[in-house]
Design a protein around this ligand. Structure first.
Ligand code: MN
Length: 128
């Protein structure tokens, strides 16, 4: 079972609950933030193995938040996976440009989410 901590930055309660159900049953510890400012703060203090970042957030959006995380030595090595609306093709390209390692379309597909999460965390294992 996976035991890494994943930080989910997502303002939509239904998406939070679904992500929590999928990730917790796979054994991950899950932390939540409803906005980018709290998410960045938690990323710094909790050093999660991965961040799932909603692109559309109130206030600072997920692209700006990802750029902020990438520019901070304390959070630079934490992979960020974007959570994008299914139809928003442009969001996916912008997410990768902002420094996300991958994206997942909402609504979540359980096998897809877990595969992308495991793939994004995996390369980090064993690094100094
Ligand atoms: Mn949102």
């Amino acid at each position: 079972m996976a035991s890494e901590t994943i930080l989910v930055i997502e303002d939509n309660a239904a998406n939070r609950l679904l992500a929590e159900a999928i990730l917790q049953t796979a054994g991950y510890q899950v932390l939540f933030a409803g906005d980018a400012e709290l998410g960045i703060s938690l990323a710094r203090s909790e050093q999660p193995a991965l961040i799932l970042m909603d692109i559309s957030l109130p206030g600072m959006d997920g692209l700006a938040a990802t750029a902020r995380l990438r520019g901070d030595a304390a959070t630079r090595s934490i992979p960020v996976v974007a959570l994008t609306a299914h139809a928003m093709q442009g969001d996916q390209e912008r997410a990768l440009s902002a420094g996300c390692v991958a994206y997942v379309s909402k609504p979540f597909d359980r096998p897809e989410l877990l595969q992308i999460v495991a793939g994004a965390i995996g390369p980090r294992r064993g690094e100094p």
